[in-house]
Design a protein around this ligand. Sequence first.
Ligand code: PMP
Length: 432
Amino acid sequence: MRKFRRSEQLFKRSQKFLAGGVSSMLRASSRPLPLFFETALGAHLVDVDGNRYLDYALAWGPLILGGSHLAIVRAVQHQLRRSQTLGAQHELEIEVAERICQMVPCADKVAFSNSGSEAVQVALRLVRAATGRRKIVKFEGHYHGWMDNILFGYHPQPPFRSGARPELATGGQLPSAADEVTVLPWNHLEELEACVRERSNEIAAIITEPILCNSSCLMPLPGYLRAMRELATRSGIILIFDEVITGFRVAPGGAQSLLGVVPDLAIFGKAVAGGFPLSVVAGKREIMDLISEKRVIHAGTFNGNPISLAAARATLTVLSARDGAALRSIRRLGERLIEGIRRLAADAEIPLLINGVGSAFHLSFTERTEMRDYRDTLDTDIRARDAFLEAMLQEGVYLLPDGRWYVSASHTVTDVEFTLQAARKALAKVKG
Ligand code: PMP
């Protein structure tokens, strides 16, 4: 641990004063310990011990252009000299809202909040007000923020009881919240159809990550989301895509444009402001107008703050330039990584499955050749994964603790080559 001595000292100190020693619980699972960083510039991180890493964590997704991208730094500096926050109207709000409506298929109107968790709350309130129904259908392994009313079925453990009253996820969670949520396995149309058949007039919304980035970056089966769309339409149920990860990452219009299925509402966060706190609910006019008509309350001191919106305008300008060239290039680099790692694993005779798309993918150490749902992700070789992650860290590549990779516009072909060299050595260590 000599390499991380200063991080180790700081982690001891932070545990004295910060509850849990970290500011968001998932960070505590980083191995060999949660590192402390000095800088995140472009595609590179430097930690407090002076170690330099290529960054595929990207702050858990937001840094779509890389760290401190010049376009964002300039925009934010310019805005900072004018106002840091207003709590009042300003033109950037309209500009960014209009830009999102141009880019995202489902977006007639938008509402701004700060975090993904908050925007999910706005969406849940809208769907209940719009339908007069209470129940929300969600899926195993999907994450929609940490609030009481939706923190169900994120990491359920066997035995699975599909559709049963979900288990509470945390101390302090309101038990009655479980009455309003049904958790189903994802990518199983028959289960969803049966659930809707039984209780369609109670269900306000179906909420799904269109690509299951929070559980091994699983892809929807061909036709699954389209069938979900049709089922929702037929039953008067609102379809919500949680695009907090996929939005402004997998395509300029999100997974809905990549996969060609348009929800009624979508939630964005993370990449939309390139690393500043901004989240968005975007959707059909008749639903969003519940806010205009004051039938649904949407509020927040920092909502639409000009710093986040200046960052968002800069980010969206870069992402939409040359017909989305930045995201195409991110995707190609990611695909090079995926192909390269697959080849290296095959050469080393290590069973490895990669799910996802170029801009967001996941490595599982498993004999499985495909994974359909969250349950399929539970029997992977965690020991091999952790050995790989630690070896990559030693080689100068920083990855998220669950084996997920995000690629940014700051990554280059040279970075990919460097990463594949590192992966070759790391896989050799895994093999032992
Ligand atoms: N939805 C999804 C799909 C997410 O991945 C996350 C965060 N990882 C959230 C919602 C919650 O966003 P936030 O952490 O900004 O509250």
